[in-house]
Design a protein around this ligand. Sequence first.
Ligand SMILES: C[S@@+](CC[C@H](N)C(=O)[O-])C[C@H]1O[C@@H](n2cnc3c(N)ncnc32)[C@H](O)[C@@H]1O
Length: 404
Amino acid sequence: MSEYSLSIYACELAAQVIRDVISDGAPLDRAYSRQFAGLKLAPAQQAQITRVVGEIIRRLNFYCYLAHVSLADAGKHAADLLMAWHAYRQLPSPGWQQAKAIDAKTLALRLQHADSVAALRDGCPAWLDELGQRQLGDSWAAERAALAQAPKRYLRTNLLKCDRNQLQSRLAKEGISAGAVEGVATALEVTSDAALFRTDAFKDGWFEQQDAGSQHVADALDVTPGMRVIDACAGAGGKTLHLAAKMQGKGRLLAMDVEQWKLDNLKARARRAGAHNVETRLISSSKTIKRLKLSADRLLLDVPCSGLGVLKRNPDTKWRDTETRLPVLQALQAQILDSYSRMLKVDGILVYATCSIMPDENRQQVDNFLSNHANFRLLDDENISPARSGFDGFYLARLQRIAE
Ligand SMILES: C[S@@+](CC[C@H](N)C(=O)[O-])C[C@H]1O[C@@H](n2cnc3c(N)ncnc32)[C@H](O)[C@@H]1O
């Protein structure tokens, strides 16, 4: 992707997004929606801003170092970070009054140092570097570098409406180029800057935006039309909709979550996708789960996790309290596995999934569960590595219930 300087207008918008995320704690996607709402930005201009902001937040410590700004003050100095980005890319400064210019000699000295400290070059805070090293050993360096790259844009073809070739042609007619992703039957990679959600193909429910790695999760559940399937941590339904398509709209697919607003979103998405066999249910107490005892042929537990596999897409996670939340999340994952697995029928298959690459949230949880549940066995598990696949990082384990 060739880079060019931001206009002053784009700098102002980009700085505001950085401030929203770093100073106000807004999630990155929400900060974009807030700042872009009501503006008539051209898709290329919007894409340029999101590319630059994404890059700065992915490597916030690196750009703070180049701009000589402390991490704690990064939000206040968003303008300086943007100037550091221009200087690093050797692009002409936009001539923005608010920002401090960096002279070439100072930049060269700072770059020499930053390049020699791998965690700084890869935008990795110290706590994460220590965790990655402890959990992944020798493979951490490659994962850390992969997680510092810009995410690609992937779509999942909605097989309830079209096949992948039809989607590709329709998008081409709407001016969007997208190529098939090898090894992921429903995935297309979008290669042009495009306002995807304004396309007719989207409005007609032909696709959802979903990382190619994430598309493996529903595949692993091996559903067939007519089954009773529960997606117990469904959120806004990324994987529910994929499961509905694999069930060809036949059978019963129950999407559950503890947040009603997510289930409301899911309902709207299901309507657009033509997924008519999806029912939603709020988990309001443990009774909701108990009532579904031994009821599911397939059970997806896409549990709340640290998100440390999807840092390309959600880099703000690195600069929040993720480290202190980890023990709480791990306890919740264990509790969900223990209690929700009761919903599975004997012989049924459960998929435990996270968007983390850390074994403590992944295989370790599965091993702990199996050591206390002799009525389940592990069929197989898979680590989707950002370094090896180029996709976001995920973990999935397939377990079978062998006795009540
Ligand atoms: C990783 S997200 C799910 C993403 C979703 N499956 C998708 O594909 O879009 C985890 C979800 O678990 C939900 N959650 C949190 N605590 C839960 C609990 N105790 N029981 C069920 N769901 C829970 C969260 O609200 C969140 O939507």
